[in-house]
Ligand binder design. Structure first.
Ligand SMILES: *Cc1c(COP(=O)(O)O)cnc(C)c1O
Length: 398
């Protein structure tokens, strides 16, 4: 996945353009920039990449999720359904707006379970946050059907699935709004950055203003701008956008390498009868940022995961006890460890998490191993890695 592995002259050239004219800010300073508008140019590229009418760059993927929800009017008292397996940014963004995170089970796609969503819908549900985890996707048709039935929004977090698609549409472009991260370990990187994509003009205008203090961005003179509503600073800088502009042009090359490396590993592991792979919905094409496979049970998966560590197979995780990605170890969330007071309705929802049954998610996450696919591996290195992984797995199974 990580774009940082492949840095080069293109990135340097784009950054030097910005350094040469000294305008590090994405808005205004029209005269000084000598025609360089890196954030604007990157937004234009991303419109094509993600087949979306509108793109708003922001300072991070977490900011993107926050801005997407805010732009659609999600706030205090609203419930947002999210998966129990994701990154901590999902509930952080929801709670930042005073909304209530409602955590539900995943299914064999390792993404949101449409039935679990349906069971969790209440009159307060405003949005379903689908997180396209580890390069693949949820069953979007089934989720869209639930959303339509109950008239709630679908916000797609495609931070880990840049380049994946579902029925011909780029992941992130399917819901009412989509979110991307270009942090240091994502498939393309800006250093820190993110984007909100949508086909809805109103949400886009909201995102544009909200991510820059509510400034309306009308006219060239920044001082004359007015504030149609309250905002915040989630801006990206020109320096970051410049890196992203170079990286997005290399995305097809990155995806090809990812796919080659993914297929070598997958084919090797597929020869082991006890190894199964995550379900990919009909019409889905993985980004190949990760290879996810399952072993018969938690004990075997733990042994394999430990075996990988002992034998130097890096970048593979069993997420069952991982405190970045899975509900079981989000103690800071379940124990309400907030620096500042939280509203009663959010508190009650969080206290509930300790007693909630996530056995379905435990079943899938416990048996799963997720391996990051690196771009820097040569073909020979991946083959050697595949051989080593197979030997370790067979050793545990025997
Ligand atoms: C990386 C990531 C984010 C947050 O992105 P940042 O740019 O690091 O803030 C959000 N959601 C998922 C699924 C991610 O993997």
């Amino acid at each position: 996945m990580p774009g940082f592995e492949l840095f080069g002259d293109l990135e340097r050239k784009e950054v030097n353009d910005v350094l040469d004219n000294g305008v590090l800010m994405r808005y205004g300073f029209d005269g000084m920039r000598k025609g360089h508008w890196k954030a604007k140019a990157l937004e234009k590229e991303l419109q094509n990449t993600f087949k979306s009418k509108y793109v708003q760059l922001v300072s991070s993927g977490t900011a993107a999720v926050t801005v997407a929800l805010a732009s659609a009017g999600v706030g205090a008292g609203d419930e947002v359904i999210m998966p129990a397996f994701t990154f901590v940014a999902s509930f952080e963004a929801i709670m930042m707006l005073g909304a209530i995170p409602v955590l539900v089970d995943i299914d064999d796609t390792l993404c949101l379970n449409p039935k679990a969503i349906e069971n969790a819908i209440t009159p307060k549900t405003k949005a379903i946050m689908v997180v396209q985890m580890c390069g693949s996707m949820a069953n979007m048709d089934a989720i869209q059907a639930v959303a339509n039935r109950h008239n709630v929004l679908v916000v797609e977090d495609a931070c880990q699935a840049i380049g994946g698609s579902y029925k011909g549409k780029p992941l992130g472009s399917i819901g009412n709004l989509g979110c991307f991260s270009f942090d240091f370990v994502k498939t393309i990187t800006c250093g820190e950055g993110g984007a909100v994509v949508t086909n809805n003009e109103k949400y886009y205008i909201n995102a544009d203003h909200y991510s820059d203090h509510g400034h309306d961005h009308i006219g060239n003179d920044r001082g004359a701008e007015s504030h149609p509503f309250l905002g915040y600073n989630f801006r990206i800088s020109e320096l970051h956008a410049a890196v992203g502009l170079a990286q997005v042009k290399r995305l097809p090359e990155f995806l090809d390498i990812q796919k080659r490396n993914f297929n070598i590993l997958r084919e090797a592991l597929a020869e082991i009868p006890e190894v199964t792979f995550r379900a990919v919905p009909d019409g889905g094409v993985e980004s190949c940022a990760f290879l996810n496979f399952s072993l018969p049970d938690l004990e075997t998966a733990s042994k394999v995961s430990n075996g990988f560590k002992e034998h130097g197979v890096d970048a593979c995780w069993n997420y069952y006890n991982n405190n970045w990605h899975y509900i079981r170890r989000w103690d800071h969330l379940k124990d309400l460890k907030s620096l500042y007071p939280i509203s009663e309705d959010v508190k009650n929802a969080l206290l509930n998490l300790k007693h909630q049954d996530f056995s379905i998610s435990d079943h899938f996450i416990g048996r799963n191993i997720s391996c990051l696919i690196k771009l820097s591996w040569t073909e020979d290195e991946v083959k050697a890695r595949a051989k080593k992984m197979s030997e370790i797995i067979r050793g545990v199974l025997n």
